[in-house]
Ligand binder design. Structure first.
Ligand code: UDP
Length: 347
């Protein structure tokens, strides 16, 4: 939004309470020179050519297709569940139509499909649900899948072929020199000033702006007047393994049933960097801490709607992003939302 407003001739003043730009997409070299994502893995994928082209103004790309394995009872399997997952797990030799027939025979039809439990049981049945989804979801959200809207588990496809990519979007690539460099270029405009380490809450009463674009939690903006909107947080445990070129076979390995962390990501897969050592991150879900995920449940969305009503009367403020719109946006979706909001504002 800042870039678009700047290009339309408006002066833009950006503040962030953190001491760096790029938000949660921030990446940096760790103490050992490995490019890591401080706030957990960010993997860019989109079907929106316009969005890909927009970002391409600020970065070259490195093609990257993310792959994930899920560990169950000490064995790792392709995840999302595909034909090979079934064959490996159950000692079968199914072809595509065999895999389809298998899912048909084990699924528990649900009508209507409202919750994440419904989504998974309806497509792959109870055994796969319990092995790959139930405990991961409990760990990630602190909730049972039956307490989360369908959209959460529906992020994960089920496949009858052997495609083991995590995403199937047309454009799958990482910014060649990292996200931070991409954002540096985006913000490099004579109409943009950036000030870091400045908290909106501390300066809001003295801000002299015609319009504010607010990307923080919407409940905080309104002083929690209707109570707190729940957000899920994570603790990231980064580790460098000196002298080990490769830690795991895929970018991410999920641990649905073991450990307090949900997954381990090894950054060199994502970034293509060559280095004699490697750096990994473990994600430990928690209730407190920086808000990373809105929690998609009907009661939370109802509370958000009340805040959204208040937001409508703030005509000189635009609320955009995961926290301000209380939406489980992917990166490409948030770029789309920002571009649309900028267009509305510029008119
Ligand atoms: N999920 C799961 N098991 C897995 C991976 C994902 O049950 O091995 C469920 C879980 O509820 C998770 C959701 O699917 O929150 C979406 O997963 P995704 O990988 O898209 O989450 P994100 O990368 O946004 O944290």
């Amino acid at each position: 939004m800042a870039r678009e407003l700047a290009e339309s001739g408006r002066p833009v003043y950006i503040i962030d309470r953190r001491r760096h730009i790029a938000g949660n997409a921030y990446d940096e070299l760790d103490a050992h020179g490995v490019l890591i994502h401080r706030y957990g893995p960010h993997i860019f994928h989109t079907n929106g050519e316009r969005i890909f082209e927009y970002l391409s103004q600020f970065t070259e790309w490195l093609p990257y297709e993310h792959r994930v394995r899920g560990v169950v009872d000490g064995e790792d399997y392709p995840f999302p569940i595909n034909r090979d997952t079934l064959n490996q797990l159950y000692g079968l030799d199914l072809d595509e139509s065999g895999a389809q027939a298998f899912f048909e025979s084990v699924r528990e039809p649900r009508e209507p499909v409202l919750t994440s439990e419904d989504v998974v049981l309806n497509s792959v049945g109870r055994d796969l649900y319990e092995k790959f989804f139930l405990n991961y979801t409990r760990k990630q959200w602190g909730l049972d899948p039956s307490e989360l809207k369908a959209g959460v588990a529906a992020r994960i496809p089920v496949r009858t072929n052997s495609d083991d990519r995590y995403f199937t979007d047309t454009f799958q690539a990482m910014p060649k020199h990292g996200y931070t460099k991409m954002f540096e270029k985006m913000l490099d405009h004579p109409n943009i000033t950036v000030e870091l380490g400045v908290d909106f809450a501390d300066v809001r009463s003295s801000l002299d702006a015609d319009h504010v674009v607010y990307t923080g939690p919407i409940d905080a903006y309104f002083d929690y007047c209707y109570g707190r909107l729940p957000y899920r947080s994570l603790r990231f445990e980064h580790e460098h393994l000196a002298g080990l070129a490769r830690y795991q076979s895929t970018g991410t390995v999920n641990y649905p049933n073991d450990h307090a962390y949900t997954r381990i990501t090894e950054f060199k897969h994502l970034t293509g960097q060559e280095h004699s050592g490697t750096s990994i991150v473990r994600e430990y879900p928690q209730a407190d801490g920086d808000p990373y995920y809105p929690i998609p449940r009907a009661e939370n969305e109802a509370l958000f709607k009340r805040y959204e009503e208040l937001a409508k009367s703030e005509t000189d403020v635009t609320f955009v992003g995961r926290l301000a719109q209380y939406r489980y946006y992917n990166m490409d979706q948030v770029v789309g939302a920002a571009l649309a909001a900028a267009k509305r504002l510029i008119g």
